[in-house]
Ligand binder design. Structure first.
Ligand SMILES: Cc1ncc(COP(=O)(O)O)c(C=O)c1O
Length: 366
């Protein structure tokens, strides 16, 4: 079957490769791994992920419900701020809840009695290439840092959460951050039973010292007598998914331009937010093109890539590594066609799992 582009294509064989690393890390470190739904929430492949992960973590009521309903295992709740009208439903759907501030903990703890509660701490150090994504940026609202406020809250909580890594593929840098956390929050760490170290550790990447990470996590868990959790998003989905598109038009305006049937603003928003280029594999040949999206935004540009042949209308292109923070962020800007979602099963068969049409666009508005 030939699928109409655009569509995201999730390759389960590639996903399984990442999953096997996750399982190895869990088994050798004792840490539990929760899928961060903010990065990837395409539940058509949760069956495979659930075999290799302990559950999910969330950033909102909708995500916590999806985690409980579609993934199972342990369901953790976190939000930058919960509203009064949603907290009861959040608590009903989670096993543990992490509050972002002492204020939120104080406001809602009586409504979460019987659920394990944690507090997010902000160590004011981080690993992040982008200020906009840096949880430790100046005046950050993400977590508590004041020792007096934290110590006063300790009797109410059994866990802590730190999220201070962002696509960190440098094990030594991870160790430095963890050592700083241990030194700064020793008092709090010695009072609790579980610690989430958040996401952002690129441990499924090629050449990452997985065994050394496992050893470091094990030492941490033993030193503080805690259950360690990790919340990987990108590490789970990296290099598993492509965005398949077709060339709709070619132009020349000082450079060769090719317009495709997808948009970075609508379908790969992080490229715009972080001013990054998409990945095209292979990216070689004597013909260079700036590949552009089909929205009206002048800067809707996937990047400049090389090809063996001149591009022509109807050519199929494939952007690599398009699974993380894409499907969860897609939007209906310009009403451009929404990419379908397809899965390449372990036997190689491609299965269409979701398509979107005019009705979905219309019903997203009123
Ligand atoms: C609290 C928390 N946990 C987990 C993650 C997942 O991070 P990543 O997708 O980089 O692994 C994030 C990302 O922002 C986060 O804020």
């Amino acid at each position: 079957m030939t699928l109409q582009t655009p569509f995201y294509l999730i390759d389960k064989t590639a996903l399984l490769r990442n999953c096997e690393k996750i399982t190895r890390l869990r088994q050798s470190s004792g840490a539990k791994c929760l899928l961060a739904l903010k990065c990837f929430a395409t539940w058509a492949v949760f069956d495979l992920l659930a075999e290799h992960m302990d559950g999910t973590t969330s950033s909102s009521l909708n995500e916590v419900k999806l985690g409980r309903q579609k993934f199972g295992g342990e369901t953790h709740a976190y939000s930058v701020a919960y509203g009064d009208h949603e907290i009861d439903e959040v608590v009903a759907h989670c096993d543990r809840i992490v509050f972002n501030s002492v204020n939120q903990l104080e406001r809602f703890r009586s409504r979460a009695v019987g659920t394990k509660m944690g507090l997010r701490l902000n160590p004011q150090i981080s690993y992040s290439a982008f200020d906009i994504a840096d949880p430790a940026r100046l005046h950050s609202r993400l977590g508590e840092w004041d020792p007096d406020r934290i110590n006063a809250a300790l009797p109410q909580i059994s866990g802590l959460m730190f999220h201070c890594n962002c696509e960190n593929n440098d094990f030594e840098a991870f160790c430095r951050i963890l050592a700083a956390v241990e030194e700064r929050f020793a008092h709090a760490l010695s009072h609790i039973d579980w610690v989430s170290l958040g996401g952002g550790i690129h441990f499924t990447g090629e050449g990452y010292p997985l065994d050394a990470l496992a050893e470091r996590l094990k030492t941490f868990a033993a030193r503080w007598a805690v259950q360690v959790y990790l919340e990987p998003g990108e590490a789970v989905i990296t290099n598993t998914t492509t965005l398949e598109v077709t060339v709709l038009d070619t132009l020349h305006n000082g450079k060769n331009l090719a317009i495709v049937d997808a948009s970075i603003e609508a379908h790969m928003l992080d490229l715009l937010t972080y001013r990054l280029a998409a990945k095209m594999v292979p990216n070689r040949g004597e013909h260079s093109y700036m590949v552009c999206g089909n929205s009206c935004l002048a800067g809707d540009i996937f990047g400049e890539f090389r090809f063996e042949h001149p591009l022509a209308v109807g050519d199929r292109l494939s952007f690599a590594d398009a699974g993380g923070y894409t499907m969860v962020k897609k939007n209906w800007f310009n009403g451009v066609p929404m990419p379908s979602i397809a899965v390449r099963e372990l036997d190689g068969q491609v299965r269409l799992v979701k398509s979107f049409g005019y009705d979905d666009y219309r019903d997203s508005l009123s």
